[in-house]
Structure formats: C-alpha cells, structure tokens
Design a protein around this ligand. Sequence first.
Ligand SMILES: *Cc1c(COP(=O)(O)O)cnc(C)c1O
Length: 436
Amino acid sequence: MTDPRRLVPRTDLLLADPRLAEPTGRLGATRVKAEVLAVQQLIREAELAPEEAVPAVLARLPDAATSLTPVLNATGVVLHTNLGRARLSEAATAAVQRASGYLDVEFDLAGGRRDRRGRGVLTALGQAVPAAEAVLVVNNGAAALLLAVTALAAGREVVVSRGELVEIGDGFRLPELISSAGARIREVGTTNRTALADYVAALGPRTGCVLKIHPSNFRIEGFTAGAGLAELATLPVPVVADIGSGLLRPDPLLPDEPDVASSLQAGAGLVTCSGDKLLGGPQAGLVFGSAELVERLRRHPMARALRVDKLTLAALEASVAGPATPTERYLHADPDQLRRRCERLAAALMEISPVEVVPSAGAVGGGGAPGLELPGWAVALPERFARALRTGAPAVIGRLERGRFLLDLRCIEEDALIAAVRAAAVTPGQEAEPCG
Ligand SMILES: *Cc1c(COP(=O)(O)O)cnc(C)c1O
C-alpha cells in the first residue's frame, strides 16, 4: 500500500498554484499558508483526496482579511453593544474609505503647514451644538470622563450624588474610573434623593469639580429627588455632566434622555458623551463646553493618549454633518411600515416554514433609555431557526421570545434576509436553543 504521506502535495507547489494568487493578494500569504497546511493534514489523514487540495483551501479561506463577521441585526435593539453599537451611515462608511490613505488630517493644504488635527469634525460638532464654545474628541465616553476628571480634579475631590455611581457594563464602574484618575470621590445625598444643599455642604478648597452622571442604564422610581444642572451651575466650581448617550438636541421620542445642547444651556461647564450611541457615529468620546475648560483638557498630557485616529474623525464628521444616521432612522421607524415589511417577508417564507407576524417591542439598547419600548413588528419562526441563522452567511441575530424566534426588521435594510432564512430552513442538525 502507498504511504499516504507520499501523496500529500508539496507546500510550495500548492502555494504557487495560480488559483491561490488572488486570495493571497487579498488575505496575505500567512493566512493562505495556514489553510494549505490544514488541508495537507486532512489529506495525510485520508480525509481528502490530494487533487481536492486547492479547492479545499479556497473553500476554507474567509472573504476578508478580518475575522470580524458582519451580521444582520434582527434583534430590534438599535444600539446592541455586542453587535458594535451604532451602524455607520453609508456617508460615514464612504468617509472611512476616503480617509484610509494619506490625508490632510493635521495639515493645511493652502498654507502648506501643520494645522489643527480633525478641524472638520470639530467645526461640524460646533455647528450642531452652537451652545458649545469648544469641542474635543477622544477615544470613547469613558475616556472623555476620565480626561475631564483628571484635568479638573486629579489629587482633589469630585463631588457626586450617591444615586449616580453607575456601573456601565461588563464590570466597569464609573466610581472606579474616577478613582483611577487620582481623584477622590466625595459622595453626597442618598441613593434616591440628593439636594443642592448636599452638594453645597461638600464643597471646599479641595473640590475639583461637581460631576453629574446620567444613570443611563437603570431607573429609580418613587420617592426620588435630584439637583438639576441649572441648580448645580450656581455653585462656584466647574460642573461636568456625563450624559452618556450623545443626543445632541432634545428628541421627543426620548423625553428622559439628556442632550448636549440643553445641558450646556442649563449651565454645565463640560458635557461628556459617547459617539456610538444615540449620536449614531463611530466609537468616540465627545467633550463640549466652555473654551477655558475644554482647553484645559486639550492641553493635559493625557489627552494625547486618548486621541482618535483619522478613520474615527472621518466617520464622526460624516455622521454629524451628513445624512440621517441609521440609528436615527431605526429609532424613528414607522410601525405601519415595519408591519408591511414583515408581512411581505412572512409571505415569502410561508412555503418553507410556519410563520407569523407579531408585535415586537424594539429598544434603544447600548445602555440607553431602559424600559422604553419602540413599537414595531417581527416575523416569528420556530425556535430551531435561531442557530442556523446565526451561523449562516450572512449571519442573522434575532430574538428568542416565549419559544419562538423573532426577526425584527427595524434595523435591517438588506434584501439578503429572505435568502438567509431559506438557507437556514434546509440546514441540518438543528438543536434546540439553550438561551437567547
Ligand atoms: C455609555 C456610558 C459611558 C461610557 O461610554 P463609552 O463610550 O462606552 O466609553 C459613560 N457614562 C455613561 C453615563 C454612559 O451611558
């Protein structure tokens, strides 16, 4: 009998196969070689015929040089942290593409000299929020808060209400972030009630700033009271408002969500927020406020460690100054239209599976507006579809509810969904889902 090892095609010959030239250019030689080695092993183990080597390598290679897999978000949750929070607009995606090479990110083409980094996005944010004298962009919302607290209160005290000491998720707690800035937290009030007088009593020569944190991911109801920004602004210290979600102006759909413009008008010295929550842009942290305070942050050595790259600047500018973001469109989606789209999808799926159109409450997500239900509709399929769709191409993430698998169309514009469900219907070996 022939030794199977003698039949294994040589690595250099496989790598030189013209069919592998295109993927090698697209994915890199290292990636292709890894699959060549894996396929050789299969041949060695007699799992694969030697002449199948190159097609097998091609079949195993991914579409892109990144392992990140795009998914269709059929959860109805607009800002799903596990799925990358905000979906970028086409304008922002194009801006990222445009910014990926060399560009004038901190260069004045007319004058031929160095210029302020990211001036375009700073101008766009300033125009979007005229109440802000100055704006700064950093890596994320946590970085914006860290920089504000460090620049204003390192080695001093941050006065904050006991009802606002928030854990933002994945075990990250804002009080610990503040402590890591070398600032001491001076807690005032109680979990449910804090008054202006509590802040006044805590002020002293060691006070660096007063911090008001929006409890974005939970609600306290009942016997509650807090001091508003307008009251806090009467205090003789800088007031920092961490509003979290990055709503620039009030939105009637989100009456409990603070916005940057109103917070500044109420008298906050600095407002910090995220770029990839309600603002609908890339991951970023924004600081709006008085020229004097923003300049103190900008000049702090830590600012350099928190600065964003050119891709973020490009995507952020396009999200702020460009057409409505997907986040905004999905939040304000018309329920009747969602229902009609679900009915069309259900009709297309009727022949392959039991299917029903059911009411479905969408959510803001991303730790924002807890309890707010966005009225909408979904297509309900048997539970067994969950896994097949999640592992299909494209991957589809839906929601399990009372033994049914719901596809909520709020955050989906692609036509690919019908084909994905049809493919999932014939995927063998589906087991019941352990969890949602
Ligand atoms: C989300 C959030 C943060 C953190 O922002 P990231 O952009 O996730 O770093 C901080 N504070 C509040 C109130 C938030 O809601």
